[in-house]
Design a protein around this ligand. Structure first.
Ligand code: ADP
Ligand code: K
Ligand code: ZN
Length: 433
């Protein structure tokens, strides 16, 4: 189902025209209401009138997370306090949280884009949908919550925690859909299994998974264990929260709600825009936001855009799965390593749980990488020979994918801490010295 065909299936030319109009309005708005942007534009000798269409976006200054921190808490707010009705904060995965503010219209746009996502997954008014992102300052809980309500499905504000009670609710209330992090979905599957409940007793059909990177293997694993179909949802608090992009039934890239969030891909080093299809850093301009609109915000997320038509009928551009953040890329002995690469190796082997931890250290001036991974109960035993073979098999695979050798440490089932929100998978001891 397409929630808003007028916007979601708009002919590209018309869409670009709309984006251009919105950009012109936005630039004039921030120029007059946000001293930070006015000064930046003045430094660049740029007037709002110089922006005549969406192609002129490249003339505008970038915004970084550091800019948000420097202007903490409300320095980048464009709307007067009387118009701001809600405040959230980013989860602070990579440092101090940053604050964002929403006007009533911003919240309406957010609900609208969330409803587009949920409709694309096949959620209807007859569904009962559990929101198991954390409620609170984090945008996941409330963002998904209002989207479900706006669509007209029944929302169960389960949040995280008390997972056994949640499982019983899923069964007893015939909950059909769930929004949560992929790591929480796996944890939920474990609890369901531990409680001796069969996935068929649960009526789950749809999962909206996001807030952290996940792989195709992880999708298969969750789908098999919970008996549902898992769809990607992407977003970040600086731009809105969940609902910036979403997978349709084709599950071939995530459609960006482009009439509200204009995407660009840049080279993170030269800051030059990259041609379509090339991988780089994702940058967003909030075309319609009133509370805290941002020009060319550098997300640090690495992806590429997929131009071209999607068989679903939506005309919006799609993005490939996030392969990591430019700031969670580890440089080990000069080689770039992404936690997601390690994850896909681990999940491609049936002996392992999708539970792992990367420990990076420096010993005698040499970077070391240790991969700790949980062995599945069925494969964990006292047979030292078998364990050594398993260790060697993982070592070899990691070496061929990462091009560096990692020390492998096999862990007992259930020994790595479970996460209910975003999981922490890297300990870099080098930054502690
Ligand atoms: P923080 O940057 O503090 O984690 P947020 O809570 O706003 O703040 O999280 C947004 C970030 O979460 C994104 O920039 C991205 O790195 C990650 N993220 C969100 N959804 C997805 C997704 N579907 N796939 C991969 N990463 C995601
Ligand atoms: K994150
Ligand atoms: Zn599509």
């Amino acid at each position: 189902m397409i929630w808003n065909p007028t916007k979601e299936c708009m002919p590209r030319e018309q869409l670009r025209e709309l984006q251009g109009k919105r950009l012109q309005k936005l630039v004039a708005y921030v120029y007059h209401n946000v001293p930070f942007y006015r000064h930046k534009m003045q430094e660049m000798d740029l007037m709002p009138e110089d922006i005549r269409g969406i192609d002129d976006i490249v003339k505008l200054p970038f915004t970084t997370k550091q800019d948000l921190r420097d202007n903490y808490p409300y320095g980048l707010m464009a709307a007067p306090k009387s118009e701001v009705v809600r405040v959230h904060a980013s989860s602070g995965t990579t440092g101090n949280p940053t604050i964002v503010g929403y006007t009533r219209k911003d919240l309406a746009v957010w609900s609208e884009v969330m409803s587009r996502c949920l409709s694309a997954y096949g959620v209807t008014r007859d569904d009962t949908f559990s929101v198991s992102y954390g409620y609170g300052l984090f945008t996941g809980g409330l963002g998904a919550h209002y989207g479900v309500e706006n669509l007209g499905a029944t929302v169960i504000p389960a949040s995280t925690g008390n997972t056994e009670k949640h499982v019983r609710l899923i069964r007893d209330l015939r909950i059909t859909g769930i929004a949560c992090t992929p790591s929480y979905a796996l944890y939920l599957a474990e609890v369901v299994e531990r409680m001796g409940i069969k996935k068929e007793e649960l009526g789950l059909r749809i999962g909206a998974f996001g807030a952290e990177p996940w792989t195709e293997h992880m999708r298969q694993e969750i789908q098999e264990r919970l008996g549902l179909k898992g769809y990607n949802i992407y977003g970040l608090s600086e731009i809105m929260g969940p609902g910036v992009s979403f997978e349709c039934q084709e599950q071939h890239g995530s459609h960006i709600n482009e009439d509200h969030f204009y995407p660009e891909i840049i080279d993170p080093v030269t800051l030059e825009p990259l041609p379509a299809g090339q991988q780089g850093e994702l940058v967003f301009t909030t075309l319609t936001k009133e509370g805290m609109p941002l020009l060319r915000y550098r997300t640090k997320d690495l992806t590429s855009l997929m131009p071209g038509e999607c068989p679903c009928g939506r005309t919006s551009v799609r993005m490939t799965p996030i392969m990591g953040r430019s700031d969670d890329m580890l440089i080990i002995r000069g080689i770039n390593v992404f936690p997601s690469q390690v994850e896909s190796v681990i999940l491609s082997m049936k002996e392992f749980e999708p539970r792992y931890m990367l420990v990076v250290d420096r010993v005698n001036n040499l970077d070391t990488l240790q991969v700790q991974v949980e062995v599945r109960r069925d494969y964990f035993n006292d047979d030292i020979g078998a364990m050594l073979n398993l260790k060697k098999a993982l070592y070899d695979k990691l070496k061929s994918v990462l091009s560096i050798s990692a020390d492998v440490k096999l862990m007992e089932p259930n020994s790595i801490a479970r996460s209910q929100g975003k999981s922490q998978r890297v300990i870099d001891k080098r930054v502690l010295v």
